[in-house]
Design a protein around this ligand. Structure first.
Ligand code: GLV
Ligand code: GLV
Length: 323
């Protein structure tokens, strides 16, 4: 009898075939609660799961699936997981680091260029015929300016490399000074990062410690000419404080691929602010990158069930304890 696994993520046909050769697939529509969709008798037999960040892997889910041994996230972020609860229950958590770094960095750079050069408003200016009445207002160079990276993990490093092609000075702050940042970016203290950056980009994961860690105090440290970019997780920034700062001119603008509430309703004040560029959490959302992510997520799941060390584990201590 094949091990039973939940699939609650979009799975390409060839990958489904490969997984089905080794496992019995129980489909749960993406984002729906597996504890509510899978019948009780079947729940007790589920040993693995691949899911998106819309599935809350919390104590209630772990209780509903007593035989679960591995949950593989189709995402690099794992703030949908109660990691302490999973580790206590010896459920291995996997994720997809590395394969999306370039795609997320590209959106970061894109947002920076949109903000500094006002490219989104420029498009509307041409379409509406405003151009026939006069020239578009002058914008700002990014060349020679300072990019500050809050967080210097894999994605931060790719952004730093890209910024060098735009002749930017790159500084960063991280919990630890990172030898891998040598030659890419200069370490600065946290307050200093907010003070010196012309563009400040967030590349830290969401956790209890980082929730609202960019708030009124940090925004007040920033230059009135500075832009804030977030392609990480919305709740890392105190959104109410950001909206206030954007209205008051405390900072010049913001580029957001992530928000506290997703999907963002049109009624959000963010949608009314002219100095904001918004994207629909699309950092990793290309055909190529999403394919690489689902490949990795399914490989992690199959490896874990086949007693082969998965490539990307969030709580490797669970795996080591099994050996
Ligand atoms: C996307 O947000 C991810 O965490 O992969
Ligand atoms: C993940 O978000 C990373 O920067 O490694």
């Amino acid at each position: 009898q094949k091990p039973k696994v939940i699939v609650s993520a979009p799975l390409p046909a060839d990958l489904r075939e490969r997984l089905a050769a080794r496992c019995e697939i129980v489909d749960v529509p993406t984002g729906q609660n597996p504890a509510e969709t899978v019948p009780a008798a079947l729940r007790e037999q589920i040993v693995g799961m691949v899911c998106t960040m819309r599935t809350k892997v919390d104590q209630a889910l772990l209780d509903a699936f007593p035989a679960l041994t591995v949950s593989s996230n189709f995402a690099v972020g794992f703030d949908n997981v109660d990691l302490a609860a999973a580790t206590r229950r010896k459920v291995l958590i996997c994720n997809t680091p590395g394969v999306l770094d370039g795609a997320v960095a590209d959106v970061t750079i894109g947002l920076m260029l949109c903000l500094a050069r006002n490219l989104v408003a420029g498009d509307a200016f041409v379409r509406s015929g405003e151009w026939t009445k006069g020239a578009f207002p002058l914008t700002r160079d990014i060349r020679g300016k300072t990019l500050g990276l809050l967080g210097m993990g894999r994605i931060g490093r790719v952004v730093a490399r890209a910024a060098h092609a735009f002749d930017m000075n790159v500084v960063y702050h991280n919990r630890r000074q990172d030898p891998q940042a040598d030659g890419l970016a200069t370490y600065v203290e946290r307050d200093e990062l907010f003070k010196v950056s012309d563009v400040l980009s967030v590349h830290i994961p969401l956790s209890a410690e980082t929730r609202h860690s960019v708030g009124q105090r940090e925004l007040a440290l920033m230059k009135p000419s500075a832009y804030l970019i977030n392609t990480a997780r919305g709740p890392v920034i105190d959104e109410a404080a950001l909206i206030e700062a954007l209205r008051a001119g405390t900072i010049a603008g913001a580029g957001l691929d992530v928000m506290e509430q997703e999907p963002l309703p049109a009624a959000s004040p963010l949608c009314q602010l002219p100095n904001v560029v918004l994207q629909a959490h699309v950092g990793s959302a290309t055909h190529e990158t999403r394919r690489a992510m689902i490949d990795l997520a399914v490989a992690n799941l199959m490896d874990a069930l086949g007693n082969k060390t998965p490539q990307a584990m969030v709580n490797p201590e669970v795996w080591q304890a099994r050996a």
